[in-house]
Design a protein around this ligand. Structure first.
Ligand code: GLN
Length: 532
């Protein structure tokens, strides 16, 4: 039997949490024993979000196979513990590139190349490629909002697939907003009705409606929406704001969304979903025994989505330690010699964020200096590790001009150097060192204490790297490499053993943290922050 497909569309407004609903559906079906894969269809024309400014699109998530993708893939992994790959992401850019390449090769044999069928065929091909990977159900989230010009080909694909594969193989979940008007004290369903109409105009009838709302919706209101929108009453579920996104699957399960979907797909609901571990984790998150204040020093602090995976990894690790992590975002640009003490003294741990370019970099270096000299636990990630390496060179090795070649082409002490393989690369898109690479962890190190093993695999996204020419000087002065790429001899982790907990990682551990498997480095960082 072929895979079944659940499309998740959104209406009325963006940012309603389609990614969380898609991840929750995947989680619930998985908890009933089905093999699922969740994918994102992004209507923008960029090939991938790798070249997008985080202000435009939040964090760029990286899959193990090195694809730069939308941050929703991070949610899919964190909810299901299933690794995604380049097959789980489609963008209009990728689709058009493929079709245009085919046209140039002459594959269309003189035909006029058109949105329908050529673009829609390519989108379908990519969706069904994932369906062919021995999965029972593919959950496909369509980015944007129905009615957008650029999402039309994707909605058309839903129509075609529903027609071609039959209604028992393709169902549509439409997420909308039911706003509350405080002046009149009313919840309004009209935007939902209009949004469903827009979907119907393109030939797609939603099977399930998920209504995002700030207030409980009465059964009467849901019946009304059902009637207006041609949907069964039990297929109208509400998504009320909850304290943590990880409660959403439980909220959906209480409303039998999983059973409803399985029935529509003619799949056996089997047993009750296995969610005990999940529920326990949510309880721990909601009722922490203690709290700890941690700061994330970064460039995009007014936009926490830019650091989505780090924030979630801290949440997972906190829950594991029965602790609420009170995370503050500290603007790196605002950290200078005068403000440093005041801005950082209240924190029990500092995370130095990844990033690119010079803006705020000096602030990151000062924050590292503060943590190092005040024995405050520090986790430096990617550019954050590079800042730690540079700070050590400037203040301990005695090279005040030490820098990364990324920030200063002419520094006499390039302790962070461009990687050999990066030299000569001029194109920006998809050309960094990307994806998972093995790392050998030194026994006896803090990293080893955290991981409990000597071989790990972590994901990367960078061009620059610690310069091995200076390694012996670092080791002598007390900063040691504790993780090495075995094939290329690249330093992937550094530590200061005499410090309470000081770890810099060239990779992104946050991409590997999931709800049920918080990342060991984040757990140990929180543990260190909790010890006086
Ligand atoms: N800009 C740095 C590099 O390219 C760090 C990248 C990052 O933090 N992801 O090496």
């Amino acid at each position: 039997m072929g895979a079944k497909y659940i499309f998740v569309t959104g209406g009325v407004a963006s940012s309603l949490g389609k990614g969380i609903i898609s991840a929750s559906i995947g989680k619930l079906l998985q908890a009933r024993g089905y093999k699922v894969s969740i994918m994102k269809l992004d209507p923008y024309i960029n090939i991938d979000p790798g070249t997008l400014n985080p202000y435009e699109h939040g964090e760029c998530y990286v899959t193990e196979d090195g694809e730069e993708t939308d941050l929703d893939l991070g949610h899919y992994e964190r909810f299901t513990d299933i690794r995604t790959s380049r097959l789980n992401t489609v963008t209009t850019g990728k689709v058009y590139q493929e079709v245009i390449n085919k046209e140039r090769r002459g594959d269309f044999l003189g035909k006029t190349v058109q949105v329908i069928p050529h673009i829609t065929d390519e989108i379908k091909r990519r969706i069904q490629l994932l369906g062919a990977r021995k999965v029972d159900v593919v959950v496909a989230e369509i980015g944007g909002t129905v009615g957008d010009i650029e999402s039309l080909p994707y909605i058309e694909v839903v129509r075609q697939m529903k027609y071609q594969l039959g209604p028992h193989n393709v169902v549509v979940v439409h997420l909308t907003l039911v706003p509350y008007l405080s002046a009149s004290g009313e919840l309004k369903t009209k935007p939902t009705q209009h949004s469903v109409k827009t979907l119907q105009e393109t030939g797609v009838q939603p099977d399930v409606l998920v209504l995002r709302t700030e207030r409980e919706l009465s059964q009467e209101l849901r019946n009304k929406v059902a009637l207006f929108c041609n949907v069964e009453a039990r297929s109208v579920v509400q998504s009320v704001d909850v304290r943590t996104i990880y409660e959403v699957p439980l909220m959906m399960s209480r409303q039998h969304l999983d059973e409803t979907l399985l029935n529509k797909l003619h799949l056996d609901p089997r047993n009750e979903p296995m969610l005990d571990d999940w529920k326990a984790m949510v309880e721990r998150q909601k009722h922490p025994k203690r709290r700890v204040k941690v700061a994330l020093v970064g460039k995009y602090v007014e936009l926490p989505d830019a650091y989505k995976s780090i924030v979630e990894a801290l949440t997972h690790a906190g829950a594991r330690c029965d602790c609420k992590v009170d995370l503050d975002y500290v603007q790196a640009e605002g950290v200078n010699e005068q403000t440093m003490e005041e801005k950082l003294r209240e924190y029990k741990g500092l995370i130095i964020a990844p990033g690119f370019g010079d803006r705020g970099f000096q602030g990151k270096i000062l924050a590292v200096a503060y943590a190092r000299t005040h024995n405050i636990p520090l986790l430096g990630i990617c550019l954050g590790m590079q800042a730690a390496v540079i700070e050590f060179a400037r203040n301990v090795l005695g090279y005040p001009d030490a820098n990364s070649l990324e920030m200063d082409h002419s520094t006499a002490h390039p302790v962070i150097d461009l990687m050999e393989q990066q030299k000569g690369i001029t194109e920006k898109g998809g050309t960094m060192r990307l994806g998972a690479y093995p790392c050998a962890v030194t026994k006896g190190s803090r990293a080893y204490a955290a991981y409990g093993k000597t071989e790990v695999s972590e994901r990367h996204r960078h061009r620059y790297e610690m310069n091995n020419k200076y390694l012996q000087e670092y080791i002598k002065a007390g900063m040691v490499p504790t993780g090495i790429n075995p094939e290329m001899d690249l330093v992937e982790m550094v530590e200061i053993p005499s410090h309470k907990w000081f770890v810099g990682v060239q990779f992104h551990p946050e991409y590997n943290s999931t709800v049920l498997h918080p990342h060991p480095l984040f757990i140990d960082f929180i543990k260190a922050a909790l010890t006086e």
